[in-house]
Design a protein around this ligand. Structure first.
Ligand code: BGC
Length: 886
């Protein structure tokens, strides 16, 4: 008591001293709080917003449960305090929308900064304080805003310019292909690497916007750029720096023939093969003012990419982490092999001292042979080799700029002397999407699984969702992308990333409506395998469902319809049979045509749903009818009454029709039986599915009351299973269920089997969108308390705020804590809790006493007995339930 009193007094004194409002009144503390998490076009303070009608989102905060927004007010201003709302003062708008609210103020200008804030009124009409001010900057809206020219000819370019006064605001817009590093007055600008994102350059090239105010100085300045080959496989640069000086003068520094160039120390670079850097060719001071570039040649004005310029509106690739090696060995004299302990994408940073001209070679691999030497066999055509040639000046620290590798092991040769174990460090490089999810449970193998999913997923986000990061591919293979999209959405903030990827897909579509297996298109075919092409409708649909974004449907509806219409031209008797990969890398092969027909149905059905959302009644009807026709044809063609199975009766062949309800009601039981037999008796509760079947089978089992079996599958440690990968040392997901280490196709970092990641959240933590709901406005928390699982906890930050569910149990008790965002509501289902004399408490208040629900607890709307369990309806807030029975 005493110490409580004294600490209370202490806080009181401190608040007085700091001038805080002393101990806010109780009601004030409980009421609506200032909104947080302000985003414009899914990004916090984005630069280069290139839409005239950006959208705003915020997260509601409230001290009470069961609350939400009834009205909001937004102010958008040219002034940093956003007091005025001189561009848009929305006034009090009666609406529950707190995501993707469309800008409706005065026209936005190109290349400008804007500031905004928001407040809301809760359901009882109480007003929140305003949020903090957030900023967004528009990009260059039209080609005419670009005053510079594309230049090239050399890979290192520079230009000096003079500023007569202090710069108050400066933005650099830069597109340097394939990759570029912008430098100002001796410093690299920003933290992006491997920039800009890879696109179909004939259609669209991305420029990156930087706030460079702080890099400039009054007097002489220098701007410079280094260029790499990247995926463009040539080097060109377009830069524009718009500067506002004290006193109001404005000027532009742009790329043109007045720039100078030379080919610097990066003597070779390629995404797959690596980089060679000759430090003897460095020209110190080249990126600062006052450097004598008399020997440099004039930059050439060159043709740029054919596509339009558009702003890069997603997180860039960055060095996200640094890893110190676990150990170093020397399997042969002069050869040192470092084990990073983790398979990842990126490169190594080298530290070395030695004589000028010494060449140190770094080679990268996912595996080592028994003798400790690295095994690069599975890299196929990718050389994965960096070379650093010393200048011979003390300690030299170097890392490449224009390549990346997928690896766990680094081999050093040519090193002068013996390197220290931290002579190299791993630099983890990928698109810097924000992690938003976490999952953990009482079963160690599932925690390991979550870990390898996370590594597999994030290190395969390299501006496109790549298949792998080590061998000669690293492409946006669409089948892999669609299969992992839901998992990725639970684990990372993927909104801006997929918004960009959908544009990438649109960019590859041709007049016939076809799209390609890889986006941008390098490998694979046109038209895409239907199980790959489905990424277009499915990712758009997931986007709509998880982020509640209708504009995505508006923007892509026509393209998706065109794609579906193309598929229709390839249909015979309502089935689409062409297929190249089908249920890719399965243990038991499923005929490709059933997979293609399944996706034909799926795509048409999703299109019909989209039409419904957009109010396109005629399309909704027409595609609804087409879907029914496909459904009939599918069963007629693939069902075999003798085997009570579809096609050849593999797990995938029966899973697909069950998942989308293509099985006539009266046959459902027997098809279930066949699937069950196959899994349990034939395969001892192991999967034999490829990436397609795997995506659906776990969820199918859970949705049909077989979570125990799904759990058995998920926790296997013998072949084929995720646990088998883990037992065999996987630190990221493998491409194959099999352990292979030879020259064949076997990447050890391939995210596609990580589709099970969404099942961990949906089934074990129990976090689901309610059917028919979008953007987590309505939530269903249905944790599966299976077998020996004693606890599980998951949380994911949604567009409306954090959703979390964590539970634990013993024989008679279940504890469940859930967090529901303000403005959302949830059905919480505790299945299989069928004890007698159940008492449910929330915190320390009884809310169910054996007979029924005790009303009057804030946020709890109802409690019912349901299917051998309980159904609790709640509004927003944090709840701690405890169920106890005999
Ligand atoms: C890629 C895959 C891809 C597949 C298409 C492979 O080489 O790595 O992940 O989906 O080809 O069949």
């Amino acid at each position: 008591m005493r110490s409580l009193f004294f600490s209370g007094l202490f806080i009181f004194m401190v608040s007085l001293f700091l001038g805080y409002p002393v101990l806010p009144g109780l009601d004030e503390a409980k009421g609506p709080q200032a909104p947080t998490g302000l985003r414009c076009e899914y990004l916090v303070n984005p630069l280069g917003v290139d839409t005239l009608k950006p959208r705003f989102s915020w997260v509601l905060e409230h001290g009470e449960r069961g609350q939400g927004q009834s009205s909001y007010e937004i102010l958008v201003s040219t002034q940093p305090n956003a007091e005025e709302g001189d561009l848009w003062a929305s006034g009090k708008v009666d609406s529950t929308d707190s995501t993707q609210v469309v800008y409706a103020g005065k026209p936005l200008q190109s290349g400008s900064s804007y500031y905004w804030k928001v407040r809301y009124w809760d359901r009882d009409g109480r007003q929140s304080p305003f949020s903090q001010v957030a900023r967004f900057d528009t990009g260059l809206f039209s080609r005419a805003d670009w005053k510079g020219k594309w230049i090239g000819g050399k890979n290192q370019l520079r230009k000096e310019f003079e500023l007569g006064k202090k710069a108050l605001r400066a933005r650099a817009y830069v597109c340097g292909l394939g990759y570029s590093e912008l430098r100002l007055n001796g410093h690299k600008v920003g933290r992006n690497v491997l920039d800009p994102a890879w696109t179909t350059y004939d259609k669209r090239a991305l420029y990156v916007t930087y706030d460079v105010t702080g890099y400039l100085q009054t007097g002489p300045n220098a701007v410079a750029a280094m260029l790499g080959q990247g995926w463009f496989k040539a080097t060109v640069l377009l830069v524009q720096i718009n500067i506002e000086l004290e006193g109001g003068e404005k000027l532009e520094v742009v790329s043109d023939a007045s720039w100078k160039g030379m080919d610097g120390p990066v003597v070779a670079n390629s995404v797959y093969n690596g980089e060679t850097y000759d430090a003897r060719l460095e020209t110190p001071g080249w990126d600062r003012a006052g450097y004598d570039d008399g020997q440099w040649s004039a930059a050439e004005v060159v043709a740029g990419p054919k596509g339009v310029l558009s702003a890069q509106m997603m997180p860039a690739i960055q060095v996200v982490d640094t890893i110190v090696p676990l150990k170093m060995a020397s399997p042969e004299p002069g050869v040192y092999v470092f084990d990073m302990g983790q398979n990842f994408s990126g490169w190594a940073q080298l530290r070395v001292r030695g004589q000028r001209g010494t060449a140190v070679k770094l080679r990268f691999a996912e595996m080592v042979y028994d003798n400790g030497m690295i095994n690069q066999e599975n890299l196929r055509g990718a050389r994965a080799e960096d070379v650093y040639i010393l200048k011979g000046e003390g300690e030299e620290v170097w890392e490449p700029r224009f390549t990346y590798h997928g690896f766990r092991y680094v081999e050093l040769s040519g090193y002068p002397g013996v390197p220290a174990v931290n002579g190299v460090r791993g630099r983890v490089v990928h698109t810097a999407v924000e992690p938003v999810g976490s999952f953990a449970c009482s079963k160690p193998v599932l925690n390991s699984l979550q870990r390898i999913i996370i590594w597999g997923q994030k290190t395969n986000l390299h501006s496109t969702p790549t298949d792998c990061c080590q061998r000669d591919e690293r492409m946006g293979w669409m089948g892999d992308a669609q299969g992992t999209a839901e998992e990725a959405i639970y684990n990372f903030d993927m909104a801006a990333f997929y918004a960009n990827f959908l544009r990438d897909i649109r960019d590859v579509q041709d007049e016939k409506g076809t799209i390609t297996d890889t986006v941008p298109h390098i490998w694979g075919s046109r038209p895409a395998d239907p199980a790959w092409g489905t990424a277009y409708p499915l990712i758009a649909w997931y986007f709509y469902q998880y982020y509640g974004d209708r504009r995505v449907l508006e923007d892509y509806y026509d393209g998706i319809k065109k794609y579906v219409e193309f598929l229709r031209t390839r249909a015979e008797n309502d089935l689409v049979k062409f297929s190249y990969y089908g249920d890719w890398v399965a243990v038991d092969r499923t005929p490709g045509d059933i997979v293609s027909s399944f996706y034909y149905y799926y795509d048409v059905k999703v299109l019909a749903e989209m039409a419904k959302v957009l109010g396109k009644e005629a399309d909704a009807k027409a595609y609804g009818d087409l879907a029914s026709a496909i459904k009939t044809a599918f069963h007629r063609e693939y069902f075999d009454p003798k085997t009570r199975s579809y096609a050849n009766g593999t797990q995938t062949a029966n899973t697909l029709p069950l998942f989308l309800d293509l099985v006539p009601e009266k046959m459902r039981g027997s098809v279930w039986g066949s699937l069950f037999d196959n899994i349990v008796y034939k395969n001892n509760s192991h999967l034999t599915t490829g990436i397609i079947g795997t995506k659906y089978i776990m969820e199918l089992l859970t949705n049909n009351g077989s979570s125990d079996l799904a759990y058995d599958i998920a926790t296997q440690t013998t072949y084929p299973s995720w646990g088998y990968m883990i037992e065999n040392g996987a630190t990221s997901l493998w491409e194959l269920w099999q352990l292979r280490q030879g020259p064949s196709m076997n990447s050890h970092n391939h995210p596609m089997f990580g589709s099970v990641g969404s099942w961990l959240y949906k089934a074990l933590a129990g976090i689901n969108l309610a059917p028919e709901s979008t953007g987590f406005e309505k939530i269903r928390i249905v944790p599966q308390m299976v077998r020996d699982l004693r606890y599980a906890a998951g949380s994911t930050r949604t567009v409306r705020g954090e959703v979390s569910s964590s539970w634990s149990r013993d024989d008679r008790t279940v504890r469940l804590e859930v967090v529901i965002p303000v403005g959302s509501e949830a059905e919480v289902v505790i299945p299989g809790f069928n004890l007698e004399n159940v008492v449910i408490k929330e915190g320390d208040q009884a809310v169910w006493n054996g007979q029924g629900y005790k009303a009057g607890i804030q946020g709890i709307r109802s409690i019912e007995k349901a299917q051998a369990g309980f159904l609790i309806k709640v509004g927003s807030g944090r709840y701690a339930f405890k169920l106890q029975g005999d």
